[in-house]
Design a binder for this molecule. Structure first.
Ligand code: UDP
Ligand code: MG
Length: 136
């Protein structure tokens, strides 16, 4: 069954800063993702707070929002068969220490907070997150 989906991917400040953007984009392409939208931006603390609102009650929320707004990020709309799950698999576990060999977080992640990439966790959230960054 054909189930082409879109999902939102963010290359986080730690990876943009280390000039890993092109390398990570090429991993997505090699794995069959089409990049149908992309831009390098810097967001404010307030925007980061909105984006991560689901984590509002978590102890790491404040640090997370400071971090995501600390430097340039690279946001992409990825498209592929079952893109949401496929991207989550390719990213690996939230904590790079737990991420499997061959995943982006295993390869580039520095720590649980500086874990190099974000990916939407459901099709519904993918739509919201794509709208957040790409509806002008
Ligand atoms: N995070 C953190 N400390 C934690 C859990 C999460 O700093 O104990 C950060 C981490 O950067 C993660 C983000 O918060 O990517 C969002 O957390 P989530 O559980 O949604 O993980 P993800 O969906 O990114 O794998
Ligand atoms: Mg998440």
């Amino acid at each position: 069954m054909n189930n082409i989906q879109k999902t939102l991917s963010i290359i986080k400040p730690d990876a943009v800063e280390r000039n890993l953007t092109e390398e990570i984009k090429s991993i997505f392409k090699k794995n069959g993702f089409e990049i149908i939208g992309e831009k390098k931006i810097k967001i404010s603390k307030e925007e980061a707070e909105k984006f991560y609102i689901v984590h509002q009650s978590k102890p790491f929320y404040e640090d997370l929002c400071n971090y995501l707004s600390s430097g340039p990020i690279f946001v992409m709309i990825l498209s592929k068969e079952n893109a949401v799950l496929a991207n989550r698999k390719l990213m690996g576990a939230t904590n790079p220490e737990d991420a499997k060999e061959g995943t982006i977080r295993k390869k580039y992640g520095l720590s649980i907070d500086k874990n190099s990439v974000h990916g939407s966790d459901s099709e519904e959230n993918a739509k919201k997150e794509i709208d957040f960054f790409f509806s002008s």
